[in-house]
Design a protein around this ligand. Sequence first.
Ligand SMILES: Cc1ncc(COP(=O)(O)O)c(C=O)c1O
Length: 412
Amino acid sequence: MSEATNTGDVLELYRKHLNPGMALLLRLMGLENPAVEGEGMVVRDTAGKEYLDFLAGYGVFNLGHRHPRVVAAVKDQLERLPLSTKVLPDESTALLARCLAEVTPGDLQYCFFANSGAEAVEGALKLARLATGRQKVVATFGAFHGKTLGALSVTGRDIFRSPCLPLLPWVVHVPFGEVEAAAEAVDEDTAAVIVEPLQGEGGILLPPWGYLRELRTLCDRKGAALILDEVQTGMGRTGYLFACEAEGVVPDLLLLGKALGGGVMPVAAIVARPWVWRAFSDNPFIHTSTFGGNPLACRAALATLEVLAEENLSASAGEKGAYFLARLAELRQQYPDIVAEVRGRGLMLGVEFTDEGSGGFVLAGLLQRGFLVAYTLNNTRVMRIEPPLIIDYREIDLFFQALTDILAELAR
Ligand SMILES: Cc1ncc(COP(=O)(O)O)c(C=O)c1O
């Protein structure tokens, strides 16, 4: 086995062995050098170029890169028992389940651990069906819940869905944020309503205030489970530990992923109220995963929850996000022909450009100047800004200055 050392070698391996389209895209964007290390807000590539991370792996690195507490917890577990025996009980898995039951709102009590967000979605859809004995699922247009077949069935973007049809039957999509449309779709056959508290990949879209509460009432009235997909919004991102807390809503199934593993381990979770968990009493093997809930991942998640609490990161995400959004709003006023809208909550922010060309110019300019950013997956006119929650005001100002310079250049 040889190592790829020259610039462009890794992209060539991408082209030959991973994803030719992605190799081309990365080359066009000038992103040829692989990332080699990260620390806090900073990522370095093989050429020694440093980036300030304003994307955080789409919401994975809420604690920044390689938070020492998470790394230490994982190293410690690595020396003892990295993966589960699957026969004997695991202490770290049980402790994490208790911790999540304590920090999540209401009577959310039971956990199932998976390895990715999509897997958590899959499990939640299945458990909602088992608990209700119904099949229908109501989801929203523009939603992103992952790309495995079940998760894709509730994802709301045709470009990903159409090539894979037929997907799960009995899935109905309604406009996000419109409770009347949901009320028309949810009936006595509905097992679940699945929704993100604010749509991430859909373009950082906030529903009208009270939407989640009305969905909660609707589900209660019809006997359907409310699944809140907080894979991206959870773990302090929006200024609350979980975004549903802003409206005081307790879902029947809360889905977590991405930042749960502290940017060190992949781990996702379904946290549920007792009534949805009956299937496990009937059959403990009704839903399983070989690697889900492994000790390494659970130790990382436990350390992550401790750090979030001790460093008060949810609240500070709210404060820094408000400052960031106010500064972006100034730019919107200054360049209304380029910036159509700025929006978001906490440190989950979006800048919508008037056209894709302007967005591309700004994105390329930021990358060139050493700021990691990206589009939202379901809306390529929206640039997402999702930095680690440990970001400081100086770094926000650096970004703002770079963005100001690029917009001035574009306006000229
Ligand atoms: C809200 C939401 N749900 C689910 C997923 C899928 O997660 P994963 O890519 O870990 O499968 C994502 C990923 O972006 C997401 O943003």
